[in-house]
Write a protein that binds this ligand. Structure first.
Ligand SMILES: [Zn+2]
Length: 713
């Protein structure tokens, strides 16, 4: 009896070997090793599943100081412990090398939710420069449950991606936010349990969401990229969150939507969700034409003529646009490509546009007179230095703008810590050899805002800032720019102001002006009239890699706040083509504006294979008709899989060689809910034979390329 009492007294005052401190809510039990400060258990309470890999000891944090080779880690602290302090758990570490710093991590349970929240703070005796703080880190056991085939990792990559079976498929990826990460969340799950990791930052601090293989496990972490100014005190300005998952309403299994639904609870309370899309359209903030049926038609001014030779296709734009209107029965938004003076994607010396100002303006005027709309892309803040390209589909193009860049651009370019401009790309590949102008410079405004205005003066309704994917840019370390080198909020704030400026100027001239960026980014949502989505793709960027499956994550969280368009890459073909039909169907069922991409090809719209034409027209008819409100303003909700035959498809990566076989449903579908509670489901048959299936109590049969809409009572 005495010894028991002694034990109790001891455990209350000192940390003993193997002793743990814990926090728990209804879904998760979390335990830390009191002596080492590391997480030792992350238990899903409903299933009893232990998420952590016991063979991998993961540090509580790592801190990368500028100019140091190895990071400071809780694993090499001079002293470390975890203890309870009232309702929180504190992990405290002290370090003497390479700098005398003290680190405090605090964890607590959010009241009224299933989230465990955390923060990290650093104090340093001497001011130090911090490049990156990684917190939290967890290493999960593989497989998560009993069957690795069912394991999934949800990534915030652009429109959304899943990695299937991370035991087999490479999970080593990093997603920068803002940028390629369109939101601040990742998850790991199988059908019975799920684990969610998020940041809750409303100011768009630079960070990366990381997954990698670590020993036998799968490591998930968030790396916060800091302004590299000397500090003696720093604290993370926002919470990180960890949670267990429950299935989405109406489902029995955990799916990726479970994580998306949990994230949405926080997301819709953020500044970027002050108004829904319906409210923005009603207020005139988004022009009404964006919500009226239109087909986005991607067409290059330089390209193939009817006789197969290369030529000037500007005189054909109006006729081609009219022919597409006849085929799909709706006005066209002409996405005019290769409009730039020197060549496609050659920037910033854009003007006069290809064909000359007067011909270009006459073309846009004629399109407007016939009820169509016009759109172009700007090559972001890139500066083409060298381009040297030739090929069967293009005349030889030789561009050398290096002297101009040295004279006008170099001092404003994204640079390394010495102030040397970062140059990337090769003259004979992609967009050529380029530098990038830093968003915080006056030159950035001059290039982007100036170009947008001139495009508008030439009759362009919608300008897309392309090639600043998701509103994220490379890190600039220039010592003499007016921003701290490295991360923080300066870059997202500078881009936000730039985009806002472009949009305000455009709308002041014409309320129908619309602004778009390449791939979504939640932080910029109030500035977007639409966005360039790629929900239609599989097996290629931004849904590239073995085991990767694209899912409409951004759409699921945000569609009732902004709706995107179906990209510059929706294929059509004169022959029966599974890929084309799948892409057209995905644009419909993911709530995107329908699109057709011809680029420089010669294509007779009337000769496009009948099921493809049928599905494009069906999309526009549903948009004009009963599904219109849902496609424009609906919130995507999870729905059970349909019992339809699988369609075995092979997608091809952009290299044209790497094949990605994938099984997709032969009928694609999605369910949408309006603010007043009404719901509806959209179906698209992408099979080459009729498909019969049951939805609720109804039996439906859809022909190849046929779509349908059903209200859910
Ligand atoms: Zn800079």
């Amino acid at each position: 009896m005495k010894s028991c009492l002694l034990m109790l007294l001891l455990s209350a005052t000192t940390a003993m070997a193997g002793q743990v401190v814990s926090l728990e809510n209804e879904l998760l039990l979390v335990e830390w090793d009191a002596e080492r400060g590391t997480l030792v258990s992350l238990r899903d309470k409903a299933t009893g599943r232990e998420w952590l890999e016991p063979a991998v000891v993961t540090p509580a944090y790592t801190i990368q100081l500028v100019d140091e080779k190895t990071p400071v880690s809780s694993a090499n602290a001079t002293a470390i412990s975890a203890r309870r302090q009232e309702a929180a758990v504190l992990v405290e570490g002290t370090h003497d090398k390479p700098a005398a710093i003290a680190v405090t991590c605090r964890f607590w349970l959010e009241k009224g939710s299933t989230l465990l929240l955390g923060r990290i703070a650093i104090r340093s005796k001497m001011p130090c420069r911090i490049a990156e703080v990684r917190f939290p880190l967890v290493t999960l056991r593989l497989p998560f449950g009993s069957n690795n085939e069912e394991d999934r990792v949800l990534w915030p990559e652009c429109d959304g991606t899943l990695l299937r079976n991370p035991s087999v498929n490479r999970p080593d990826r990093q997603f920068r936010y803002p940028g390629v990460a369109s939101m601040q969340m990742m998850a790991a799950f199988d059908p019975v349990a799920g684990l969610y990791l998020a940041a809750r930052d409303r100011e768009a601090h630079t960070k990366t969401f990381c997954t990698r293989r670590s020993g036998k496990g799968l490591e998930l972490s968030i790396a916060h990229l800091l302004p590299q100014s000397p500090v003696s005190q720093w604290e993370l300005a926002y919470d990180v969150a960890l949670a267990g998952l429950r299935p989405s309403p109406g489902l029995k299994k955990i799916t990726w939507e479970a994580a998306a639904d949990l994230y949405r609870e926080w997301a819709v309370r953020q500044p970027w969700c002050r108004q829904t899309m319906a409210q923005r359209v009603a207020a005139g903030d988004i022009p009404k034409w964006i919500t009226e049926p239109t087909l986005v038609f991607t067409y290059s001014l330089r390209g193939e003529m009817q006789d197969g030779k290369l030529g000037d296709r500007l005189p054909l734009v109006v006729e081609q646009t009219e022919r597409w209107r006849q085929v799909v029965g709706a006005p066209i938004t002409s996405l005019i490509m290769s409009w730039e003076k020197l060549d496609t994607w050659v920037t910033p010396d854009y003007f006069p546009p290809f064909g000359g100002e007067s011909k270009f303006t006459a073309m846009t005027r004629e399109l407007h007179a016939r009820g169509h709309r016009t759109m172009v892309y700007l090559s972001g803040l890139h500066w083409t230095l060298h381009k040297d390209m030739a090929g069967p589909d293009r005349p030889h193009v030789l561009v050398d703008q290096e002297a101009d860049f040295n004279r006008l651009g170099r001092a404003s370019a994204i640079s390394d810590a010495k102030g040397d401009a970062v140059i990337s790309g090769k003259p004979d590949k992609g967009v050529g050899q380029i530098a990038t102008i830093c968003a915080s410079t006056a030159l950035a405004r001059e290039i982007l805002a100036g170009t947008s205005l001139r495009c508008q003066q030439l009759g362009i309704d919608c300008v897309q800032v392309d090639q600043i994917v998701g509103g994220g840019m490379k890190e600039c370390l220039h010592p003499r720019h007016d921003h701290p080198p490295g991360g923080g909020t300066w870059c997202s704030q500078a881009l936000y102001r730039l985009f806002e400026d472009i949009r305000k100027t455009g709308k002041a001239r014409d309320p129908n002006f619309a602004f778009s960026i390449e791939e979504p980014g939640e932080f910029y949502l109030p500035l977007l009239d639409t966005y360039h989505a790629r929900d239609l793709h599989q097996g290629r960027w931004p849904r590239s890699g073995a085991g990767v499956l694209g899912v409409p994550l951004f759409t699921h969280v945000y569609h009732d706040y902004v709706a995107g368009y179906g990209s510059e890459g929706c294929y059509v073909s004169e022959r029966p083509n599974r890929l084309a039909l799948y892409q057209i169907g995905m644009n419909l069922t993911c709530g995107k504006m329908p699109s057709v991409a011809i680029w420089g090809r010669w294509c007779e719209p009337e000769k496009v294979d009948a099921p493809q034409r049928r599905l494009l027209k069906a999309h526009l008819d549903l948009w004009r008709g009963p599904a219109g409100e849902f496609l424009n303003f609906g919130r995507r909700v999870a729905s059970p899989e349909l019992d339809v035959p699988p369609l075995e498809m092979t997608f091809t990566e952009k290299d044209g060689k790497t094949r990605r076989p994938l099984s997709v449903p032969s009928v694609l579908h999605s369910t949408w809910k309006l603010a007043d509670g009404r719901a509806g489901t959209i179906f698209a048959c992408v099979y080459d034979k009729p498909v019969e299936f049951t939805f609720g109590k109804e039996k439906l049969t859809l022909q190849p390329g046929e779509a349908a809409f059903r209200k859910c009572e």
